[in-house]
Design a binder for this molecule. Structure first.
Ligand code: NAD
Length: 468
């Protein structure tokens, strides 16, 4: 079982490196290997070499090894969470670092243990047609910095389960936790089956053009997703793209504001708002807007933000300066656009870390930048509406469609509205919860392809129909 120190020692770079700083304190967390495209090529060659034997093990043996890798994550969960907190910023406590490492383990187990049967499409006098799934080969996993451990597992676990080997390119902001996670898994898995190349955006780009890569699992911004569609086109790679979102929540006039306030809060501020499917725009019926705003502000004001190693905190800093600046700029635009700052909006210029206070802005017009642009941070805009058709129209009038939610005491009515929302997932009376068996994916420019469950496994296989 590792301590934080022994875990960092195990992944310490032997060649070129750079500093990773704690976003809460500015202190050095550790040095990380700065891998080059040369290193990438070696990792791809190793993955290619390891793939046939990994595929030949079959589902049962692969599942067994993946379960053991999940055990190894479990044994080292605390050290991994401590590292995640220091590198990403999210607190240990609450639905944060420990929760994320627990999620990584859970998703690995489900991908390992979910049966994927061949499908007999027809079996009659004209013959038998069976749909089977074969390994793709070598898969690239390119991830973001917000949920780096869990999202790495979301990409890697189904790929391994289906007999592929994987080269992981973590975000340049959170390479330590991903390197540590894969290091732990590699204490169990055969050599070359999964490796990490902790380089910059050039290394990511090189992965997407390499002819040895059969599929790219990408989670990140819509802009990078578009670049990957283009760069992978010449080699016709399969793609799963989990991209940006700007999720709307619609609150109907029949809600009890006190009852929904905590759900709204975590829907919007999970991981300090740095969550792909967080509630990013709140549409509230004008008859109840004041009460809902008041109840939400009261929950939000009571949630402590600070250094994540302090067990009291449940909100942390923005992970990096660039994201801090995006959030700060959008809040200034909200103020300039006539928004009323109900909470926050007043960052401390002298603080050490990238802390932006929990911010709620009401009275905004729908065309304000804080409503229209993904903030990816702790600043929620509230817009009122007078009839629900208008709310649905505003919710759908963006280019992205990852998640959405409807809040009402009438589930049937909420269900009808859910049918009209252009999003990959619609939650009723909650927002953002995911489950390892329930498919997850985006609509419009939030991407394509499904993750999780049986659909997620199928996405990491090449379909082969056998007619006999
Ligand atoms: P990003 O697009 O800047 O970076 C993501 C990854 O892509 C990084 O590893 C980066 O090095 C790599 N990369 C950059 N340029 C590349 C290129 N040309 N080719 C290949 N790889 C390249 O995204 P980010 O800022 O790390 O993440 C935040 C965004 O991710 C937000 O928009 C958020 O909504 C989205 N996100 C979506 C989901 C989802 O499931 N849909 C989940 C988490 C985050």
């Amino acid at each position: 079982m590792h301590t934080l120190e022994s875990l960092l020692a195990a992944i310490a770079p032997t060649g070129p490196s750079r500093d990773i700083l704690n976003p809460a304190t500015g202190e050095l967390v550790a040095k990380v290997a700065e891998h080059s495209v040369d290193d990438l090529n070696k990792a791809i060659a190793a993955a290619k070499k390891a793939q046939p034997a990994w595929a030949a093990l079959g589902h049962e043996k692969r599942s067994e090894l993946m379960m053991k890798a999940a055990d190894a994550i479990n044994e080292n969960a605390e050290a991994l969470a401590q590292l995640l907190t220091r590198e990403q910023g999210k607190p240990l406590n609450g639905p944060n670092a420990r929760f994320e490492i627990g999620g990584a383990e859970a998703w690995l187990r489900v991908a390992a243990g979910t049966p994927l049967e061949n499908e007999v499409i027809k079996d009659d006098e004209t013959g038998r047609s069976e749909l089977t799934y074969k390994p793709i080969g070598v898969v690239a996993a390119i991830g973001p910095w917000n949920w780096p451990a869990m999202i790495t597992i979301w990409q890697v676990a189904p790929a391994l389960r289906m007999g592929n080997t994987v080269v992981v390119k973590p975000s340049e902001f959170t390479p330590l936790i991903v390197s540590a996670l894969i290091h732990i898994m590699n204490t169990v898995l055969p050599e070359g089956v999964v490796s990490v190349v902790s380089g910059g955006r050039d290394v990511g780009a090189a992965l997407t053009v390499d002819p040895a890569i059969g599929k790219v699992m990408f989670t990140g911004s819509t802009a990078t997703g578009k670049a990957i569609i283009k760069s992978s086109a010449d080699t016709v790679k399969r793609l799963t793209l989990e991209l940006g979102g700007n999720d709307a929540g619609i609150v109907l006039p029949d809600v009890n504001p006190q009852e929904i306030a905590e759900g709204l809060f975590w829907g919007a501020f999970l991981n300090t708002g740095q969550t792909c499917a967080a509630l990013k725009r709140l549409y509230v019926h004008e008859s109840i807007a004041d009460e809902v705003t008041k109840a939400l502000v009261s929950v939000a004001a009571a949630m402590p933000m600070g250094d994540g190693t302090d067990e009291n905190n449940v909100l942390g800093p923005l992970q990096n300066k660039k994201q801090y600046d995006i959030v700060a700029d959008l809040v200034e635009k909200a103020k300039a656009g006539g928004g009323k700052v109900e909470l926050g909006g007043n960052p401390d210029a002298n603080q050490k870390g990238f802390f932006y206070p929990t911010t709620i802005v009401s009275g905004l017009k729908n065309d304000n930048a804080l409503v229209q642009v993904e903030q990816f941070g702790p600043a929620l805009p509230i817009v009122t509406y007078s009839n629900v058709d208008e709310a649905i129209e505003m919710a759908n009038a963006v280019d992205v469609g990852l998640g959405a939610s409807v809040w009402s005491s009438d589930k049937n009515k909420a269900r009808e509205i859910a049918e009209r929302l252009e999003a990959g997932t619609v939650w009723i009376n909650s927002h953002g919860g995911v489950h390892p068996m329930v498919p997850f994916g985006g609509n419009k420019q939030s991407g394509y392809g499904l993750e999780f469950g049986v659909e997620g496994l199928k996405a990491l296989g090449v379909p082969r129909v056998i007619n006999s």
